[in-house]
Design a protein around this ligand. Structure first.
Ligand SMILES: [Zn+2]
Length: 88
C-alpha cells in the first residue's frame, strides 16, 4: 500500500543519532529524543514523498543536502533546549 511519508522525519532521526555522541549534557532517553525530533519537525517544512512499506519512491537528490543543513541547525538548538529543560 502506498502512503505519504514525511521524509523530514527520516532525516531528523538520522542526523539526531549522529549528533547524540557529542551532546554530553543531553539525556538520551527515548522521551528526550522524541522531544527533540518533534521540536525540529514543527519548525521545518514537511517534505512528503510517496512511500511503500518504508521504501521511498521519490528521490530528493541534491536538495537533500540543503535539508540536512537546516535540520542540523535546528537539531543543535533543540538539543540545547532539551538539555536545559528535560520534561521529566
Ligand atoms: Zn530523558
Amino acid at each position: 500500500m502506498l502512503t505519504a511519508y514525511n521524509y523530514m522525519e527520516y532525516i531528523v532521526t538520522d542526523e539526531l543519532e549522529k549528533l547524540l555522541p557529542s551532546a554530553e549534557a543531553l539525556c538520551k532517553c527515548q522521551k528526550c529524543k522524541l522531544d527533540i525530533t518533534v521540536w525540529v519537525l514543527n519548525r521545518l517544512p514537511p517534505k512528503y514523498v510517496v512511500s511503500e512499506k518504508g521504501r521511498m519512491y521519490t528521490k530528493l537528490g541534491e536538495q537533500n543536502m540543503q535539508f540536512r543543513v537546516d535540520v542540523i541547525r535546528e537539531l543543535t538548538k533543540a538539543i540545547l533546549y532539551v538539555s536545559k529543560n528535560p520534561r521529566h
